[in-house]
Design a protein around this ligand. Sequence first.
Ligand SMILES: [Zn+2]
Length: 82
Amino acid sequence: MPLYEYHCKSCDQTFELRQKFSDAPASECPACGGSVEKLISQSGFSLKGGGWYGDGYGGSKAAPAAPACPSGGNCAGCPSAS
Ligand SMILES: [Zn+2]
């Protein structure tokens, strides 16, 4: 059952309610009876199109390091330093 979060505008409390999809959304604070607003749940729904793909995927962060030259950069295959 999805979990909904509500915020009471009167007493400034945030509370959670487990409701069926078919249930009417809560409109009253259980503590003070004030009017509430529904918050966007952070866990209730799958995050389609969310931003979970930022790190660790096929990145080209680190370019492959050039192999170390055994002669300290002076062999024929090295990019010329002079
Ligand atoms: Zn309240």
